[in-house]
Write a protein that binds this ligand. Structure first.
Ligand code: PLP
Length: 430
């Protein structure tokens, strides 16, 4: 393969999505203003230029319309969150009524567990992965305790085999089959946050349902990154945040999915309720009884923070305009190029932890620095930052970098690998 920078430039010249980079504000060095090679979209997505317009639109409507902004203006606040649902639903393979933008991820996880984790009899456990994101673990553990259970026995962990980094679908399925009668709920990530591994949502959901468990998915690293088909997979629920690949801004309003079969008329799942989850048609009759809105909207508690929804709206406009298939096509090419460069230039120095098959990974690669002490590995990462390259660091020895198809270029990827090469080969430094 060609390793020269001109080749990266040639790939950028052929990229049909290249112009989208200009619709994002990429961070710059504080001194000198040099643009950073931003590879942290898996952590906090870059700001869409349009986000400021959407925020200003809400500010303007608030100034000029005040309370009437709930009903008038380009995007009335009463239905603001509904206007986001179609684009969001497309990203997670859902019907618009199955998704809602609300709260933050961990809050939504708790709300979903209230409805879907209903331990009874011998079926009391939750299956999670050993490497689960800490907030998920805290939420699950506190739910178990809330129901009077003991996390030592009621949290069942599944991890990679000894000496391996990645989960195997067959191991997860086998565990569900083995312990199925004990498991009330399975909660797994669509994309594992540390390794970037995509999990088999369909196969695992089917296995869990065969065993009589409810199944939920944490899509924090999946939404807007890889295609997910929640409805067809039959998942019971899912939650995600909007600040990573969804570019909704720090702490952006998050999302949740509830499968349509749980919200058919006459089926009212137990839930924690608030007035915004009340059926919009009768909410303002202000009656004492709670009648949930149809669909996922029925899990809302409060009226939404419209100012915080505005950047999410801006970003979803972009997703709707480009479409996930086109983004994914570029993403596969970008990350494939990234991996090939790493193998060609950093062989023996760096292990790619993320699966090799495009189907089983998203944009991000997790790179383990081989044969270095923790401090030396960290120094390599810090050296990259000094070269204006911004991936992120996960203890003790992993660098995660996500070339995001909306705003990263093949040249960004080339510069990242070149910086890593320079840091790992100090003897070649000028
Ligand atoms: C996989 C995963 N789950 C859960 C969370 C927690 O999200 P929040 O702080 O928005 O609740 C994160 C945050 O980065 C995450 O990456």
């Amino acid at each position: 393969m060609r390793l020269d920078r001109e080749h990266a430039h040639a790939l950028d010249a052929e990229d049909p999505l290249a112009a989208w980079r200009d619709r994002f504000v990429l961070p710059r060095e504080a001194s000198g203003g040099r643009e950073l090679v931003y590879l942290c979209g898996h952590s906090l997505g870059a700001q869409p230029v349009r986000a400021a317009d959407c925020v200003e639109e809400v500010m303007r409507d608030w100034r000029s319309l005040a309370v009437e902004g709930h009903f008038t203006g380009r995007r009335p606040w009463m239905t603001y969150h509904e206007s986001l649902a179609p684009a969001l639903a497309n990203l997670v393979g859902a019907e618009a009524s199955e998704v809602v933008t609300m709260n933050s991820l961990t809050v939504n996880l708790h709300l979903m567990l209230v409805s879907f984790y209903r331990p009874s009899g011998a079926r009391r456990a939750i299956l999670l992965e050993r490497g689960a994101f800490p907030s998920d673990r805290h939420a699950l553990e506190s739910q178990v305790r809330h129901h009077g259970g003991d996390p030592a026995t009621d949290l069942i962990e599944i991890g990679p085999r000894a000496g391996e980094d990645l989960l195997r679908t067959e191991d997860i399925v086998e565990r569900i089959e083995r312990d199925g009668e004990r498991i009330a709920t399975v909660l797994l990530p669509g994309v594992q946050y540390l390794t970037g591994q995509v999990l088999d949502v369909e196969a695992i959901t089917r296995a869990a349902h065969r065993a009589g468990c409810s199944v939920g998915w944490d899509l924090a690293h999946a939404v807007g990154n890889v295609p997910v088909r929640l409805h067809d997979a039959g998942a019971d629920f899912a939650v995600w945040c909007s600040y990573k690949y969804l570019n909704g801004g720090p702490g952006a309003v998050a999302g949740a999915f509830v499968h349509a079969r749980h919200t058919r008329p006459g089926k009212a799942l137990p839930r924690f309720a608030g007035w915004w989850g009340h059926d919009a048609a009768t909410r303002f009759l202000m009656g004492p009884e709670f009648h949930p809105s149809p669909g996922a909207d029925g899990w809302q508690l409060s009226n939404p923070p419209i100012l915080a929804l505005a950047p999410v709206a801006a970003s979803l406009e972009h997703f709707a305009a480009v479409g996930l298939p086109a983004l994914r096509q570029k993403s596969v090419a970008l990350t494939g190029y990234f991996e090939r460069l790493v193998h060609a230039r950093l062989a023996g120095k760096v292990q790619v932890v993320t699966p090799a098959a495009a189907e089983w990974r998203g944009a991000a690669l997790s790179l383990r620095l081989l044969g270095l002490s923790r401090d030396r590995a960290r120094a390599v990462f810090d050296g990259m930052r000094r070269r204006s390259i911004l991936p992120d660091w996960r203890e003790p020895d992993v660098i995660r970098a996500a070339p995001v198809p909306f705003y990263n270029s093949f040249d960004d990827v080339w510069r990242c690998v070149d910086a890593l090469h320079a840091e790992l080969h100090p003897e070649l430094r000028a």
